[in-house]
Write a protein that binds this ligand. Structure first.
Ligand SMILES: Nc1ncnc2c1ncn2[C@@H]1O[C@H](COP(=O)(O)OP(=O)(O)OP(=O)(O)O)[C@@H](O)[C@H]1O
Ligand SMILES: [Mg+2]
Length: 387
């Protein structure tokens, strides 16, 4: 087995087990779930939403609640998401097969459920008998499943928590009628808590912050910001010091600066710094070595960056470069004029870049500003275009 000091302490790419900071956010999710409330949990990509939801699931599980956590983006359509939710509910409320049969037939009757058991691990799966495209569309199926979970929780006297990650996907797929129907369900359910988490910040904000939309005032809101540096830097220091090297303050600041405080990027860059220290045997980490580590990261990601770059139109490329090089509080009309780009072209470019996850809008005191979803794109572009 590898010795503890041989294992890279920095994790990225999936939900982490060790959360830096986030106590308040975690407690808010857990509290809402325990009170069968509704929470909209919103944050930019790669800020750590799923990690918090996973930690909350563990705590709620231990507290005896039935937790159903699903990622809406992981399913091709709403029907498959609904089927997964129903399977999860039947499994968790009824672990024995004969009881699972009864539960499925009683609480999800309209969906014509059929049970199967995986012979390898005894895992129960429940399939939907109703067809899509019939009078029973996909959204009503999801509603039937949620209503079934409410009745099941009431009958079983065990509260349930439905956690839907990347929840905006359902509305993107099913349209605004999904908002109205989900609202109707959520409002009447007393035994199920709803944690609805979303990444696409602008879309989520429009959904819940507009008086004209169904989610207006439906539940509480939790907005996820960056991890405070006073918490992140000591974590980075401890992890990097496990190599035996001494770590300068300026190196640590350089890591979070280059990562623009996006937790994923911070961990990815710190991980590369750790490897660099290990492999080079150098006795200290300095700011220029952090730059060296970033070069390494972007060179391993080069093909992916290039593919994304090539997917852009000329006007979108130009717009992206402008955003990278301008001050954060730029004036659109003035900047477009200066770069000889029609204002509407730049506006359309920004919209496309947001939809394709190059850029995101961040709300500030003065309005909003454009940010890179992946801050390393800046260094990548600088590197390829300097050659
Ligand atoms: N509290 C934290 N402490 C340390 N690292 C974190 C924390 N939260 C997130 N990270 C880092 O960010 C990465 C992404 O986290 P996570 O998948 O939870 O984010 P997300 O907001 O759900 O992202 P996505 O929008 O891609 O679904 C993690 O793998 C980890 O490297
Ligand atoms: Mg996530």
């Amino acid at each position: 087995m590898a010795r503890k000091e041989d294992i890279n302490p920095f994790q990225y790419g999936r939900e982490v087990d060790l959360l830096v900071d986030r106590e308040v956010e975690l407690a808010t999710v857990v509290r809402t779930a325990e009170h069968s409330g509704t929470l909209f949990f919103i944050g930019p990509r790669r800020y750590g939403k799923t990690s918090i939801l996973k930690a909350a699931e563990q705590q709620l599980d231990e507290a005896g609640l039935v937790v159903l956590r699903y990622d809406a983006e992981a399913y091709e359509n709403t029907r498959l998401l609904a089927a997964a939710l129903m399977s999860g509910a039947v499994r968790k409320f009824a672990s024995a097969l004969d009881r699972a049969q009864t539960v499925a037939r009683k609480f999800f009757a309209a969906l014509k459920p059929s049970l199967s058991v995986d012979p390898a691990d005894g895992r129960i799966t429940v399939d939907l008998g109703v067809e899509t495209g019939s009078a029973h569309g996909e959204l009503p199926i999801l509603m039937d499943v949620l209503n079934g979970i409410e009745k099941l929780a009431a009958a079983d006297k065990r509260r349930a928590v439905v956690i839907l990650d990347e929840f905006q996907q359902i509305v993107a797929e099913e349209g605004e009628k999904a908002e109205r129907q989900i609202r109707a369900a959520v409002q009447t359910h007393r035994n199920v808590a709803y944690i609805l988490s979303g990444s696409s910040t602008r879309m989520m904000t429009e959904m819940i912050a507009s008086a004209a939309r169904a989610f207006w005032n439906l539940g509480d809101q939790l907005h996820l910001g960056p991890i405070p540096r006073e918490d992140f830097l000591p974590f980075l220091r401890t992890g990097l010091e496990s190599t035996g090297a001494s770590i300068s303050d300026s190196a640590l600041t350089r890591i979070v600066d280059l990562s623009e405080d996006v937790p994923y990027n911070v961990q990815q860059l710190a991980s590369q710094c750790w490897t660099l220290l290990r492999e080079s045997g150098r006795s200290s980490l300095t700011a220029p070595m952090v730059d060296e580590a970033l070069s390494k990261v972007i060179s391993t990601q080069h093909v992916a960056y290039m593919q994304r770059w090539l997917s852009l139109s000329a006007a979108q490329k130009q717009t992206l470069k402008i955003i990278i090089n301008e001050r954060a509080d730029f004036q659109l009309a003035e900047v477009a004029r200066r770069h000889g780009l029609p204002r509407t072209t730049m506006q359309r470019g920004l919209q496309a870049l947001e939809e394709n996850h190059f850029l995101r809008q961040e709300i500030t005191r003065k309005g909003f500003q454009w940010r890179l979803e992946d801050p390393f794109l800046r260094a990548w572009l600088a590197e390829v275009q300097s050659q």
